[in-house]
Design a binder for this molecule. Sequence first.
Ligand code: SF4
Length: 99
Amino acid sequence: MRDHPLSWMQRALCAVGGMPADAWTERPGDRQWGSTSDHKAAICICKRCPVQVDCLEYALALEANEGRSGRSGIYGGMTPPQRLKIQQQRDKKKGRTSA
Ligand code: SF4
C-alpha cells in the first residue's frame, strides 16, 4: 500500500509543539521575513526537520504560479523571498518567466 502523498506532514517538527504556530507566519508589525526571533527559531527547527525537503517542495509546487505577494509563511526553512528566488532559478533553467 502506498503512503498518502502528504503523509510526510505527520513527521513535521512544527507540528510537535513547543513553538507558537504563528512563528512560521508573518504577523502584523514584522519588519522583514526571517528577522524576528520567532522566525529565526522556526528556521532553526526547520533545518533539523526530517521532512524539510518534502516541505520545501510542497510549498514550491503550491506557489509555482505565484509572484512575491502570493507567498506566505516559512516552509522547508525558507522564507517567501527565498522560495521565490529558487522558483525563479528553476524557471530560468526551464526557460520560463516567473510571475
Ligand atoms: S521544514 Fe519546517 S515548516 Fe516544514 S514541516 Fe519541517 S518544521 Fe514544519
